[in-house]
Design a protein around this ligand. Structure first.
Ligand SMILES: Cc1cc2nc3c(=O)[nH]c(=O)nc-3n(C[C@H](O)[C@H](O)[C@H](O)COP(=O)(O)O)c2cc1C
Length: 177
């Protein structure tokens, strides 16, 4: 069992079409953490094919896009939820930038994810590599949108309540509730 006070909890997330943000809000509602969205100094293109190409290039070269988001007091947080969509079956480059820039040694790291139906890919392994000295708890992953097919925010309405129930159960299982 993990013990945490709400002031110790940070929820860092990346979300382009709102699905991962919806899950971040559910987590905040349950654990009362602080939410921070990752934003880039130079935002990605709006166009889907253009972002897919750019992300593929960044993954290939290992380029870490500079973040506009700054978290000054990260040392105050003991538990850090990290939320991201699956991009190219990997951890999105901005989340790689975040984990590269901030030292989460000794902290509890809890991944959560939305994807187009193909799962987490290699993202958890990448988190383990980027956070070698953190305690990484069991992750939560659900189907979100599928921008390729024109499905943007899908975690809304009845689906939002379904996902909320799953998220609450997961939080209970990992001792965060
Ligand atoms: C650049 C890009 C690449 C994506 N690659 C994948 C993928 O490899 N596998 C998958 O299941 N979904 C993929 N998706 C779909 C997203 O993971 C899915 O729509 C997710 O719910 C988006 O979260 P968001 O609304 O928080 O941005 C991709 C989306 C984008 C924009």
């Amino acid at each position: 069992q993990v013990e945490s006070d709400s002031e110790d909890i940070l929820i860092v997330y990346l979300s382009r079409t709102g699905n991962t943000e919806a899950v971040a809000e559910m987590i905040r509602d349950e654990v009362d953490g602080e939410m921070v969205e990752l934003e880039l100094e130079t935002p990605y293109p709006e166009d889907y094919d253009a972002i897919v190409a750019q992300v593929a290039r960044e993954n290939e070269t290992g380029y870490l896009p500079p973040l506009k988001t700054e978290i000054e007091n990260i040392q105050d947080y003991e538990t850090i939820f990290i939320g991201f969509p699956t991009w190219g079956m990997q951890l999105p480059p901005p989340m790689k930038s975040f984990l590269n820039e901030y030292d989460l040694s000794g902290k509890i790291v809890i991944p959560f994810n939305t994807n187009g139906g193909y799962g987490l890919g290699s993202s958890i392994r990448q988190i383990e590599e980027l956070c070698p000295d953190s305690k990484i708890l069991e992750s939560f992953s659900v189907r979100g949108g599928l921008e390729r097919d024109g499905i943007y925010l899908d975690i809304k309405g009845d689906r939002r309540e379904e996902v909320r129930a799953e998220a609450v159960e997961w939080l209970r299982n990992i001792g965060m509730q």
